[in-house]
Each structure stands twice: as structure tokens, then as C-alpha cells.
Design a protein around this ligand. Structure first.
Ligand code: 2NL
Length: 349
């Protein structure tokens, strides 16, 4: 009996020491096997040894072994509770490193290019006056780019030093006017359209010239369309774009596709006409921003519109050139280099 008591006392101390150390599910299971394992567990062996205990001691010995078994079971339950709590707290600590209240990271999706923004600004002014937007091909034939627009056969613009040819009769359009011819062929007047788009010329790049740039042209064809409508519409457009107070002047000019023709100047907003060596206006105080005129009757004939019944007026403007002037940019190549330090100044994030 004394023997058994000592053995149980030793096992109790061992169990307590091991239970104190057990910190995870694995060591808990090892402890359970060591004490309650069905073959060699300490408690199992104690029950087996009971068989050899003399009859008079059996009752007491059984009580002691059973009490120890309960002690081990309670101890294991306590360790199990502690292991679970430790795991739960450490999960919570991990979870708490994720601050769900922080704002999300923005995904960069890009932004409209400054030339697109400027083009839309122009478009919106004309849309407000009832114009429609039309587009057309960038690769054209000699007929649409020159012939239908009344360019004489040996006009210098047709030269391969000025125009980019793909083959004999296929070229990169040098202006958006061929789209106006295509629209007039298809639709009956009244016509009130603007045509934005890329155009191409054989240029050596410099701060104000590139072989590819943007143009926007407008065309009105109707009964009784006059130069007064041209002038009033373009003045309204310029004031909407540059402000009510801007000075505007019309100067006689020449284009093969218009007669009479006029170029439109506005006061130089860079120097205000006060700098004799201004690089933008050359000291004149005026900046040309539009070409315009009454559609040449020959052009109307070319698209089967009767010039005795209808008249038209048209204009053209360089988007890049005008944006440079509006924003005080001195280098056209900035628009096409996609340097974010440049682009971000126009609202791109
Ligand atoms: C300029 C000059 C201009 C036009 C474009 C046009 C088109 C047809 C008929 C008549 Cl189909 N005219 N367009 C007219 C006058 C000037 O552009 O300096 N552009 C940058």
C-alpha cells in the first residue's frame, strides 16, 4: 500500500510538471498518451497492478488509483482549455494587425490626356450650338484629301516632301477636311458638324511642329449661310474658350477650299501685346488660332450640292497649337512623351 501511494505521489508530481510545460495541442496529446494510453499509460498500468494487491487492501488501493485517474483527467481538461485560449488570443493578435478601418488603396486607372480634355472643351462649346461630331479614316486617297477640296494638280501640299504617302494614291490625311467631303457626299444639308482627329504632315520635329498632331474642323452648309454666321459663331466660340474680354480680329487669307477666306487672330495672352520680343506672338501682340472661309462653290459642286441653292462656311484649328497657347506650353513634344510630371499638371493623378 505504501508502495502504491509513493508511486502515485511520484506520478502526480511528474504529471504536474509536464502539464505546466504543455503549451500546445501536440504536447497535450503526448501527455494524455503518457498517462491514459491504453497499453502503457501510467494510469492503465496502475489499474493492471491492482490485480496483485491483497484482498484486504483492494478497496483502498482502487480508491487511490481512481482518484488519481480523475486528477489526471481534470488536469488534462485544464491544459486543453489553456491551449485553446492561447491559440484564440494569438489568432486575435494576428487579426488585429489588419486594420479594416483604413481606407483602401486606390487602383490607378489612368486619366484623360490633356489634349483629349482640351478637345472635349472645344467640342462641348460647339455641341452647345447644335453641332454634331463626325469622324473618319486617317488613311485617305488623293481625291478626298486634295482633289475634292479644290487643290490644283501641282499644289505644293501634294508634294511628297509635305505629305506622307503610303503608295501612289494612298496617304496619311494632312487635315480632317476629307471627312467633311465624305459627310457632304452622304448627307443632305442642313449640315452642322465638327471633326476632331489626328492629322499627319512630313515635318522635321521642332518645338512647334510634329509629323503628327491634332486638328478640329467645322462645317456648316445650309440655305442662306453667310460670312456673318461664320464670324458670329467663331467669335462666340473664342470667347467661350478664352474669356469674354479677349480681343479678336479677322484677316483676309487664302485657302483652295474657301472663298473668301479669313484667318482669325486673338490677342497674345502670353505677353498681352507688351513684349516686343515675345516668342509666342513675335512681338505683334496677335496670335493666329483659326483658318476659315466660305466653302468654295467648286467644293460644293464636287459633292453634288448646288451652290446656287446652298452656301457653306468652314474653319480649322490646331488642337495642339491652341492648347500650347492656352496653357503657355513652349514645347509640343511634351504632349506625346507621356512624362507623368507633365501629364499630372492637367489633373491626371
Ligand atoms: C487652318 C485652316 C481651314 C477649312 C479648314 C474646309 C473644309 C471643307 C471645305 C471648306 Cl470640306 N473648308 N475646312 C476651311 C478653312 C480653313 O483650316 O489653318 N487649319 C488649321
Amino acid at each position: 500500500m505504501a508502495d502504491l501511494k509513493d508511486r502515485i505521489e511520484g506520478l502526480r508530481k511528474t504529471f504536474e510538471a509536464e502539464a505546466f510545460k504543455a503549451g500546445d495541442a501536440k504536447s497535450l496529446e503526448e501527455l494524455r498518451t503518457t498517462f491514459l494510453g491504453r497499453k502503457k499509460g501510467h494510469v492503465t498500468l496502475l489499474f493492471e497492478d491492482l490485480k496483485a494487491v491483497p484482498v484486504e487492501d483492494k478497496r483502498e488501493a482502487g480508491r487511490l488509483v481512481n482518484a488519481f485517474k480523475t486528477f489526471v483527467q481534470d488536469g488534462l481538461a485544464a491544459v486543453e482549455g489553456r491551449v485553446e485560449e492561447t491559440a484564440r488570443v494569438s489568432d486575435k493578435a494576428t487579426a488585429s494587425r489588419l486594420d479594416l478601418t483604413l481606407p483602401g488603396r486606390k487602383i490607378y486607372v489612368g486619366a484623360p490626356h490633356p489634349l483629349v480634355l482640351f478637345q472635349q472643351e472645344i467640342e462641348n462649346i460647339f455641341l452647345g450650338m447644335g453641332f454634331a461630331i463626325e469622324e473618319g479614316p486617317e488613311i485617305e486617297t488623293d481625291y478626298y484629301n486634295f482633289e475634292a477640296l479644290n487643290f490644283p494638280p501641282h499644289h505644293p501640299a501634294r508634294d511628297s516632301w509635305d505629305t506622307l504617302y503610303i503608295k501612289d494614291d494612298l496617304l496619311l490625311r494632312t487635315h480632317t477636311s476629307p471627312v467633311q467631303i465624305r459627310v457632304m457626299e452622304k448627307k443632305k444639308p442642313p449640315i452642322r458638324i465638327i471633326i476632331p482627329g489626328r492629322v499627319f504632315r512630313r515635318e522635321t520635329p521642332d518645338p512647334t511642329h510634329l509629323p503628327m498632331f491634332m486638328q478640329i474642323e467645322g462645317l456648316v452648309v445650309d440655305r442662306g449661310a453667310t460670312f456673318a454666321h461664320l464670324k458670329g459663331t467663331l467669335e462666340y466660340f473664342i470667347r467661350a474658350l478664352f474669356g469674354e474680354k479677349i480681343k479678336v480680329r479677322f484677316r483676309p487669307s487664302f485657302f483652295p477650299f474657301t472663298e473668301p477666306s479669313a484667318e482669325v487672330d486673338i490677342e497674345c495672352i502670353v505677353c498681352g501685346g507688351k513684349d516686343e520680343s515675345c516668342r509666342v506672338c513675335g512681338g505683334t501682340g496677335w496670335k493666329e488660332i483659326l483658318g476659315s472661309g466660305m466653302v468654295n462653290p467648286q467644293v460644293l459642286k464636287n459633292v453634288n450640292i448646288d451652290p446656287e441653292e446652298y452656301s457653306g462656311w468652314a474653319f480649322g484649328l490646331g488642337i495642339d497649337r491652341t492648347a500650347m497657347f492656352a496653357y503657355g506650353i513652349t514645347e509640343m513634344r511634351h504632349f506625346y512623351e507621356n512624362d507623368l510630371r507633365f501629364l499630372r499638371q492637367f489633373g491626371a493623378k
